[in-house]
Design a binder for this molecule. Structure first.
Ligand code: HEM
Length: 548
């Protein structure tokens, strides 16, 4: 690239480096002493009834509405949801109001066309986005404002990228630059994620009634459809169980200090209550699978609408973030190229916290290799060329439970990621923590008479949760992937193109490697996904202690 273009007036003022800060700088592993999960001095055991409300409410965490109060952003009252109703609209200057206006227009455009397929914004809207001024992020002085900015920029950017067919891979600078800056402050990637769609995307229908399942609405969506609203609400209803689960986890950790008969009895009862809470999540999943969940079973997600009209808006991708990046390569390309995946409830810190607390181990370990698959009893051995291809395909789809869990945590707000890191470090001795709390799993192993049944009960609930979740995925993704979209939707063209490509590829492979390989390689739309979810469930089952 010539030096002239490096100093071009369009690029110069907008360039921001990426990444801006090192993760290390955002490491919050040291808990503030008054944090509710901080190790407390040993005190005499207290009666059961004292534990929850009185004890913890007296230790409410500091106000996190300002960035200065940088703790884990986890509340005993709202769990991983923000402690106050999210900001619904940025009213911090004209520039941001222009962005809010563009989001209104996009939501309106798609809504108008609902019923006759999925609408798209026209080129005039996209032109308008490209001409927007780059707004100042300096005015976003609190966490709630930053969160709203991320929601706003994420929805706008996904509207922009996916409003052409095929989707564009360029995020224009007026979106990309503030998106990267705001993402950096929140410690999340510049892509639509679970926090945007669920954690920070709710409002109270009646503010006097507070945060409860029948008092929640979803303000921001792509299609404005009741299915999309219900889809976000499904996860939100699960998050509402977070405070109870976190309080019980915290009370358990307290008792783990003592590990005497009284403490072990309490831990068993907390574990039983955690099991019941996990079972409630499973009930929500099962109801969601059958059709109606939420208040009086009114919430419904129509599978085909979800799969064909809602989910495509979520897709991440390999995009150029215009105006971002300082390397010669970035400048030459007109932007920093980054690849991110879209949102998933797999990014929910709640489920990760439960796994860590219970000791469900998703860390890497030897998995079934292509060789072992090829030599398994029910399949004929693969020819060498086919085996190489299977290996290649496995390498390019690294969706194992361990890598997924690590990857998913990168999409969580940095405070929550740090919280999980802290949770996993609680049981490890270190200079600052010379006498760590024994892990729940080691306690249950050491005191099987007192704890094993309750521990296994909780693991069984996690297994049922994952079974329930697989039911959802089967109905909403695997089954839908085998069907074709409506011919009048904008997804028809893409689907048809992919189908023809797939057919050609299958024919090519059949000719090269034989029929069996083609079947194995192509599988159904959901094969890899199902294998991954089964692996997550297998890891859960592995945690059972079982009868001695
Ligand atoms: C219609 C509803 C849902 C669908 C279609 C769905 C789909 C998926 C998919 C496709 C994955 C695989 C990874 C990925 O692509 O991100 C996944 C993973 C995951 N989802 Fe969901 N999901 C739904 C609801 C939920 C809910 C309500 C929760 C609970 C908060 C949840 C929790 C998880 C977790 C924890 C994982 C990681 C795998 C595991 O730990 O077993 N999902 N989901």
């Amino acid at each position: 690239m010539s030096s002239g273009s490096r100093t071009s007036p369009r690029m110069a003022p907008r360039r921001v480096p990426f990444p801006i800060h090192d993760e290390v700088q955002q490491d919050h592993t040291a808990l503030p002493p008054d944090h509710f999960l901080s190790q407390r001095p040993i005190t005499p055991p207290q009666p059961d009834s004292v534990i929850a409300e009185r004890y913890w409410s007296a230790r409410a965490r500091p106000d996190t509405s300002s960035l200065a109060a940088a703790d884990y952003d986890v509340s005993v009252l709202t769990g991983f949801l923000p402690p106050e109703e999210p900001v619904q609209r940025l009213e911090v200057g004209k520039e941001w109001e222009l962005f809010e206006g563009c989001l209104d227009e996009a939501q309106e455009a798609v809504k108008v066309l609902e019923g006759g397929g999925v609408g798209r914004m026209d080129e005039a809207w996209r032109e308008k986005i490209r001409a927007l001024p780059t707004p100042s992020t300096e005015v976003l002085t609190t966490l709630p404002l930053l969160r709203r900015a991320h929601v706003l920029l994420s929805f706008l950017s996904h509207f922009y990228v996916h409003s052409t067919f095929p989707a564009t891979n360029r995020v224009p600078a007026p979106l990309a630059v503030p998106w990267v800056l705001v993402s950096d402050k929140l410690g999340i990637p510049p892509v639509l994620n679970y926090a945007d769609t669920v954690l920070w995307n709710w409002r109270l229908i009646d503010s006097s009634r507070g945060l409860r399942a029948d008092n929640l609405d979803i303000p921001t969506s792509f299609t404005g459809s009741s299915s999309e609203r219900a889809f976000f609400l499904l996860s939100l209803l699960c998050e509402l169980h977070g405070p109870n689960i976190l309080r019980l986890m915290s009370a358990t950790l307290d008792e783990a200090f003592f590990a005497d008969e009284v403490a072990l009895g309490r831990i068993a009862s907390y574990l039983d209550r955690i099991s019941s809470s996990i079972d409630e999540l499973t009930v929500i999943m099962r109801e969601g699978t059958k059709g109606g969940f939420g208040h009086q079973g009114r919430e419904k997600i129509v599978p085909a609408v979800f799969y064909w009209e809602i989910r495509p808006w979520f897709n991440g991708g390999k995009w150029f973030y215009e105006g971002v990046g300082e390397d010669d390569e970035d400048i030459e390309a007109g932007g920093k190229e980054m690849e991110w995946g879209g949102p998933s409830a797999g990014q929910s810190s709640l489920v990760h916290a439960l796994d860590l607390f219970l000791g469900v181990d998703h860390t890497p370990r030897p998995t079934k290799t292509a060789e072992s698959t090829s030599t398994s009893a029910h399949l004929p051995p693969l020819p060498p060329a086919a085996l190489a291809k299977v290996k290649q395909s496995q390498a390019s789809v690294p969706i194992t439970d361990s890598t997924f869990m690590v990857r998913a945590s990168q999409y969580m707000p940095s405070f929550h990621r740090a919280f999980l890191r802290h949770l996993s470090a609680l049981h490890l001795p270190s200079a600052s923590n010379p006498s760590p709390i024994p892990s729940l799993r080691s306690l249950a192993t050491t005191y099987p008479v007192q704890l094993r049944d309750s521990y296994d009960n909780a693991i069984n609930s996690m297994k049922r949760f994952r079974d329930g979740h697989m039911g959802l995925v089967t109905v909403f993704i695997v089954t839908q992937a085998k069907r074709e979209p409506g011919k009048d939707t904008v997804f028809w063209a893409g689907w048809e193109t992919k189908r023809l490509e797939k057919e050609a590829e299958e024919a090519r492979r059949k000719a090269e490697d034989g029929e069996k390989v083609a079947e194995k390689m192509m599988g159904t739309g959901g094969t890899d996904l199902v294998t991954f979810l089964k692996a997550c469930r297998d890891r859960t089952v592995e945690a059972f202690l079982g009868r001695a």
